[in-house]
Design a binder for this molecule. Sequence first.
Ligand SMILES: *Cc1c(COP(=O)(O)O)cnc(C)c1O
Length: 361
Amino acid sequence: MARPNQARLDLGALRHNLGIARELAPHSNVMAVVKANGYGHGAVAIARELESLADALAVACIEEALELREAGIKTPILLLEGVFQARELGTASEQGFWVTIDNDLQLRWLEEAVLPRSLQCWLKIDTGMHRLGVQPEQAGATFQRLKNCDNALDELVLYTHFASADELDNSLTQDQLDVFDTACRDLPALRSAANSPGLLGWPASHHDWVRPGYMLYGNSPFQGPHPVADRLKPVMTLTSAIISLRDVAAGESVGYGATWTARRPSRIATVTIGYGDGYPRLATNGTPVLVNGRRAPLAGRVSMDMITVDVTDLPGAAIGDEVVLWGKDLPVGEVARHAGTIGYELTTRMPARTPRIVVAE
Ligand SMILES: *Cc1c(COP(=O)(O)O)cnc(C)c1O
């Protein structure tokens, strides 16, 4: 029998989540972000499903875009960090990739390149994230250089990225929007600002293109409840199974470092999934898992290939029973909070060792 671990992918949930994105921003184009192997879900499977539903896809770099083209994906694909070397522009031009221009060097490469076809360019403006993008004061001059550049198609898109849109009471997002709208005011171009939390929580950010990633995978970017985000359906459900059961006396400890000690006579289930399979090692004692659909707490440190769970209150638990680590009925964001991180990291770091299995069409 094969090791039971699976990252099950519900593509119906993906379509449902894209539908919510469309419903929220009915007048915007939707660019589905599938960088980092589709946030760990498998970029090709995700892109195939979204190809006919989204207006464009986005990835971090040209290698990720080429993987999708080689798999037969024909949709426009934006490179969110642009090119890292001048010669990538030739490939981008041949493949019809859209490129971000976020600094002067990338602009000079574009101006000096000899290309078979002009490129669709997205000019990124730094409105407060302070990571990528030209300064708002330079937006007009950079825009003009792109307009004058034969290698750039005439229709430009101006865009920016939010630092704190997941905090609905943080005024930085409105400040960023004000800077963005001021920088773009006299520039005839389409605009884009919203990531998932922008799309879900900041209607004024929708503009001409929205760029959701995380929410398409069915996870809420917010800490607390949210009426729309809570309707998203998780695409990935990570499952494993119980492979061993034992009773331990009160006072006995479990696992590496003996970080968990039984306060009562306890039943411990060993589940064959660990940090080598993408389950976070920093998940603390008490992190919930689902055993036959019911919650049980992690008891003891996460090992490379196994975890241990306190099933004392689930007397029916047996070897072979399914254990859900996150997904349907257990949001990945909740598990992530127990490990001091965010759900984005947990799905994105899922290694190839854990098979992705498409379970619903
Ligand atoms: C990753 C990314 C997104 C998507 O962000 P989510 O929070 O996953 O929706 C959008 N825009 C840019 C520039 C990104 O890098």
